[in-house]
Design a protein around this ligand. Structure first.
Ligand code: BTN
Length: 324
């Protein structure tokens, strides 16, 4: 009901309590209670005895009412689970996945107290500044194909940002999203599988949107940037989430139908790794070489100094020399 009243107010600009009451078959007092609740969560709604209620402004909270308003995805984001604060959206999404929630459901929060990044790192998640969400996917994949899902999520994040800002982020393999060499977004994929089949994958996406990076803890402060810092103006988190979900949904649909190879060129068009001298660090070893390409399965091909070409499955990649 609250959602319907909000939609009516947003659509009509202003409307009286009586009209709303008639339309939804509730009393004027009930309308007033819903408006009060909308104000409590940050909507600006004026009221005057002459014109009734007037919609002024949304609070840019990443609540389902806002995100679902005008979102037309077929799988990802059809259901949004909103939490004001969580330890990590990954944990909440994992829990929801285990209880059988449908594919594409998304857990989103204004704040994470224990947001995590790849390799067990912390993902600083200050309240209402960034975007923090996890999507539950159930693709029919072998565990070896799992790397491909965060790769396409990276493309979705880049395209999503490009659609709502003038910025041109790029991807550092496998899925660091960077602008001017600094990290603006990251993707963490966690899966549950048995020997040869994947049950579900939780794809966590964190974007520094209006984040004041100078306030972030070390080492993020040094290596991170935010969209607002780069484009010099406030960026709507709701529009950004809608944009990323829309892109992710379209890419994921292609991926499920045709596989990663169908999206490889799109990934390469946004890539900022191939051609660079890179250092690759893994738990077992560190190596240097030139990043040559990604293959049809999404692995990075690196030519080592001794001429051998190595297929990199996971690890941290740093760019150490210019492309040529
Ligand atoms: C990385 O680049 O290290 C990955 C960062 C992923 C952060 C997101 S924020 C939403 C989701 N919840 C988490 O705890 N982590 C991911």
């Amino acid at each position: 009901m609250r959602d319907s009243i909000l939609k009516a107010l947003q659509k009509q600009g202003h409307v009286s309590g009586e009209q709303l009451g008639q339309r939804f078959n509730i009393s004027r007092t009930a309308v007033w209670k819903h408006v009060k609740e909308l104000r409590r969560i940050g909507y600006e709604i004026d009221s005057s005895p002459r014109t009734g209620y007037s919609f002024i402004k949304s609070p840019d909270l990443v609540i389902p009412e806002e995100i679902l308003h005008g979102l037309h995805t077929s799988i990802i984001g059809r259901r949004i689970l909103y939490r004001e604060e969580v330890a990590s959206t990954q944990d909440e999404a994992g829990e929801a996945a285990r209880t059988g929630i449908e594919e594409g459901a998304v857990v989103i929060s204004e704040r994470q107290t224990r947001g995590r990044g790849r390799k067990g790192r912390l993902w600083a998640s200050p309240p209402r500044e960034g975007v923090y969400f996890s999507a539950i996917l159930r693709p029919n994949l072998r565990p070896s194909q799992i790397i491909q899902v965060p790769l396409i999520a990276g493309v979705a994040v880049c395209k999503g940002i490009r659609k709502v800002t003038p910025l041109e982020p790029r991807i550092k393999w496998p899925n660091d999203i960077t602008i001017g060499g600094k990290k603006v977004a990251g993707i963490l994929a966690e899966m549950s599988c048995d020997i040869d089949t994947v049950d579900h994958i939780i794809v966590g996406i964190g974007v520094n949107v209006n984040t004041q990076c100078s306030e972030l803890p070390e080492p993020a402060r040094e290596i991170a940037t935010s969209l607002a810092e780069r484009c010099g103006e406030y960026v709507s988190r709701v529009r950004l989430v809608q944009s990323i979900l829309t892109e992710f949904d379209a890419l994921y649909t292609t991926f499920v139908a045709s596989g990663f190879n169908a999206l490889r060129e799109e990934w390469k068009a946004l890539d900022n790794t191939i051609g660079f001298w890179v250092k690759v660090s893994d738990v077992n070893e560190e190596m240097k070489g030139r990043a040559l390409d990604i293959d049809g399965e999404g692995f990075l091909l690196v030519r080592k100094e001794n001429g051998d070409v190595k297929r990199i499955i996971s690890g941290d990649v740093s760019l150490i020399g210019r492309r040529n």
